[in-house]
Design a protein around this ligand. Structure first.
Ligand code: URA
Length: 465
């Protein structure tokens, strides 16, 4: 049952609802002079950054000059002010979502991504049930980390390609809409991210900051919580790198008058007990029914609570956590999920019957050879195994198999008998099952000795407020 009259939003039923891009004066100097300045470690001016990005967006500055500037930024960095101008210029390269018709505080979360990270599916509905409007523009999986859009698309009928106007209508009705990036949102980032990918310029703090923040700030939100992950299964392997990125993004957001905080979380083991697409939808629904795994719930509730505090819907993290828990216990958050799925054209029967999602042809246990205590489950190896099963993609243009993945993963600290499953492997004929098994074989470490109780260690390293 929905919490108001529902049904999916018909495509293109209302005119576009967005704020057009700013018109930026073109560069008054040749682009190579800007590249030269950054090559020589000089600081670029606001006009130079805005003019360069505007020229790259309209095609008057070619890829090779943008690639040269990206490499100069990669090598020589940017000051905080330059990064903020770059973020703003990229945000204004396209339309901004006009959220002025939304009446509740507008907040979102961004994660730098990890294995089994299904937090958005659970957090969006809880935040909506607690009084926020959540316009969440998400991405697809690439490499070993999954993407929120791929997970939602495992639900039959769920449309991730709503127009801005459709998205606003969904949020007005249920408080939350999770969609993909439209062509008109931050087009400079779309072009530049593809270029960075093939010019070895992705791992640069100013470029990552501008890329992530320009898309999130184009959503027209008041508050943003960042989940910056570090560890084996994360983009940032070291804590110091994660801290640098988090603090850069927080400062840039604040300089643009947004309330921003960052929660730095560990990503060494998969989050929750599943990795894939349909299997993660099912686990997310379990979370909303109050049966989520402890690690996943810890991260989800901490991030949602931070959104409530930033939005001044709760006056302390403790009060916010209690509100989130109440939204789960009362069924209000599950109801928001059901309503959002319906409004996106998805089949809401998925909530009570996961078999409406296509299942894999074989679901077999991956068994322990010996008895022992699980001392480690390597997130990266699980991610690689799930990727070769077909749940992820190695190139942006590839499709994914929504049905494959792993479920019922054991956790560090648990004891298994020889022959007991370490996880269930969901595979289809196109899955590279042998290679996947090799990865799963590397992922699990067992020992005769009970590990020190690290299972109870918090995944939350620190919060930057
Ligand atoms: N995610 C993004 O959106 N951009 C980056 O540069 C890195 C991760």
């Amino acid at each position: 049952m929905s919490d108001s009259s529902s049904g999916s939003v018909p495509p293109h039923s209302v005119p576009p609802l967005s704020i057009p891009p700013l018109s930026i004066p073109p560069l008054s100097i040749p682009p190579q002079w800007v590249i030269e300045k950054k090559r020589d470690k000089e600081v670029l001016s606001e006009e130079e950054i805005r003019g360069f990005i505007a020229g790259y967006t309209d095609g008057s500055i070619p890829d090779y000059q943008m690639a040269a500037l990206a490499m100069a930024i990669y090598l020589n960095g940017m000051t905080f002010e330059e990064t903020a101008f770059l973020t703003d210029a990229m945000m204004r390269s396209g339309e901004l979502l006009d959220t002025s018709s939304l009446t509740r505080p507008k907040a979102d979360k961004h994660s730098t991504g990890g294995i089994g990270d299904k937090v958005s599916l659970v957090l969006g509905p809880i935040a909506a049930a607690c009084g926020l409007d959540v316009p969440m523009i998400s991405g697809r999986g690439l490499g070993i980390t999954g993407g929120t859009l791929d997970k939602f698309e495992a639900i039959p009928g769920y449309r991730t390609d709503l127009s801005e106007a459709e998205m606003i209508k969904v949020i007005q009705a249920c408080g939350c809409s999770i969609v993909g990036q439209t062509r008109s949102l931050a087009p400079a980032d779309k072009k530049l991210y593809g270029l960075r990918d093939v010019t070895a310029t992705v791992p640069s703090i100013p470029l990552i900051t501008a890329s992530i923040m320009c898309k999130k700030l184009a959503e027209g939100i008041d508050s943003l919580v960042l989940d910056v992950k570090w560890g084996r299964g994360a983009f940032m392997k070291e804590l110091d790198q994660a801290r640098d990125l988090a603090s850069n993004m927080v400062q840039v957001g604040r300089s643009m008058d947004k309330k921003v905080s960052a929660v730095i979380t560990r990503m060494d083991q998969p989050l929750g007990r599943s990795a894939g697409n349909a299997v993660e939808v099912q686990e997310s629904i379990d979370c909303l029914k109050g049966n989520g795994p402890e690690d996943l719930m810890e991260v989800t509730l901490a991030l949602t609570a931070e959104m409530l505090v930033l939005s001044e819907v709760a006056d302390s993290p403790e009060a916010a956590l209690a509100q989130c828990q109440a939204a789960i216990d009362s069924g209000a958050a599950l109801e928001k999920f059901r309503h959002m799925v319906e409004l996106h054209g998805g089949n809401p029967a998925v909530i009570d019957d996961p078999t409406v999602m296509t299942a894999a042809q074989s679901i077999e246990p991956f068994a322990a050879r010996n008895a022992g205590y699980v001392t480690d489950v390597d997130a990266e190896a699980i991610g690689r195994g799930v990727l070769v099963l077909g749940a992820g993609r190695t190139r942006a243009e590839d499709g994914v198999d929504h049905a494959v993945g792993v479920s019922q993963l054991v956790k560090a600290g648990e004891f298994v008998e020889a022959g007991q499953p370490l996880c269930l492997v969901h595979a289809n004929p196109a899955s590279q099952l042998e290679e996947a098994h090799d990865w799963f074989g590397k992922a699990f470490s067992l020992s005769d000795e009970a590990p020190e109780s690290n299972a109870s260690l918090s995944l939350i390293t620190e919060t930057l407020r």
